[in-house]
Design a protein around this ligand. Structure first.
Ligand SMILES: Nc1ncnc2c1ncn2[C@@H]1O[C@H](COP(=O)(O)OS(=O)(=O)O)[C@@H](OP(=O)(O)O)[C@H]1O
Length: 372
């Protein structure tokens, strides 16, 4: 019989030594099997013991960014549910703005786990046809702003649904981000100042104002676009045309009495908590007005002139990517409608009618909007 070291060792070495060797062999075998599994890609299904924390964060970040894009598309669906919402047209550019600041993107995706829906800390409360959609869409370019695209009408039409209903409409945001909404009818609705104050007396309020005569014509143009057989602007303006008595109960006229509406807000909020944006300058100098708005909200000045491109055919500033030369995005067809020609005498009568109210408004706000 040939000499066999293995057999020999079996005979001469104590059995505990053999057991130990077998144990080591089994461990080695398992490790090899494990490594082969890794090579063919099964590791992702097995708890990662080797570099668990590093890979774990990468995976979380990927899942988070998926989460945030889902959030964005939910926001987009909200937009589509509202007639006035044209926010979707601007989303591509908005994404571009976010990509501006890499740190911000990384931070926000890592923070996504702690993101939650919050009540707005700033609201664009008016005025109807002032340029509120343009302002909201310009603001949505800012990475520190999360805004709901549709108009929630919570404080005027849906107040009985409660604050949780309202909060649920908001997009998710991280701690450093500011949640916003716009509903232009708030500025003229009697109950709204007290209700916003009850939610939070710290709420920042923004009002986009526009020459009340042009605003009234814009308002009328919108109504007429939906209902063709309405009386003329001229006949609706007067209670008694021959006596020249203006009908202040007609909402198109009433909304423009800015000083009167503002008085109600000042019973609840100090002037420092309100910002008045010129609807006219938002068209002629959007970057200048945006600088004021961002300062008021305590934000970095991210949305600057490099985001705007004046479209001569449309007659309005549109949004462009700061880099590259892709086509600028403009607001939809319902913004910037052609106004009907109004009898110049009626326009003059309205101007005269608004003059004292405008003066009072300039005095209250400390701003001359140059309408007279
Ligand atoms: N960038 C840009 N693009 C298009 N339109 C612009 C822009 N900036 C301000 N505006 C003016 O916004 C007016 C509509 O105002 P609102 O968005 O407040 O209207 S609404 O109350 O939400 O229906 C709209 O009024 P009309 O011109 O009467 O249609 C515009 O004059």
């Amino acid at each position: 019989m040939e000499y066999s070291p293995i057999l020999h060792s079996f005979h001469v070495v104590p059995s505990s030594y053999v057991k130990n060797k077998l144990l080591v062999f089994c461990v080695m075998l398992s490790l090899w099997v494990y490594m082969i599994y890794c090579c063919v890609g099964y590791c992702s299904t097995v708890p990662n013991l080797t570099y668990g924390s590093a890979r774990g964060h990468e995976a979380d970040a990927a899942a988070d960014s998926q989460g945030s894009s889902q959030g964005a598309s939910r926001d987009l669906l909200n937009n589509e549910s509202d007639l006035d919402s044209r926010g979707d047209e601007w989303d591509e550019v908005r994404g571009e703005a976010r990509a501006l600041d890499d740190n911000n993107v990384i931070t926000s995706s890592l923070l996504n786990e702690t993101e939650s829906k919050k009540l707005p800390r700033a609201i664009i409360i008016g005025v109807k046809k002032g340029g509120t959609r343009a302002l909201l869409e310009f603001l949505r370019l800012h990475p520190d702003i999360r805004a709901v695209g549709a108009e929630p009408h919570f404080f005027d039409r849906n107040y009985d649904k409660g604050l949780e209903w309202y909060r649920d409409l908001m997009p998710k945001s991280s701690e450093g981000q500011l949640t916003m909404e716009k509903t232009p009818s708030y500025f003229v609705t009697r109950e709204v100042p007290a209700r916003i104050y009850t939610m939070s007396k710290e709420t920042k309020l923004i009002v986009v104002v526009r020459n009340p005569v042009t605003r009234a014509i814009s308002d009328y143009t919108q109504t007429r676009s939906k209902k063709l057989d309405i009386p003329s602007f001229e006949s609706l303006t007067f209670k008694n045309m021959s006596a020249g008595l203006i009908d202040t109960t007609w909402s198109a006229v009433q909304i423009g009495l800015y000083a009167k509406h503002l008085e109600r807000w000042l019973q609840f909020f100090p002037m420092e908590q309100m910002l008045f944006v010129s609807g006219e300058r938002l068209i002629t100098d959007p970057a200048g007005e945006m600088a004021r708005v961002q300062d008021f909200l305590g934000l970095r000045r991210v949305v600057t002139e490099k985001y705007f491109h004046f479209n001569p055919a449309k007659g309005f500033p549109c949004l462009k990517r700061p880099e590259g030369n892709s086509k600028p995005h403009c607001l939809g067809k319902t913004k910037g409608r052609t106004h009907p020609n109004i009898d110049p005498e009626v326009v003059q009568r309205l101007r005269d009618f608004y003059k004292p109210f405008n003066r009072k408004f300039y005095k209250m706000t400390g701003q001359d909007f140059g309408w007279d």
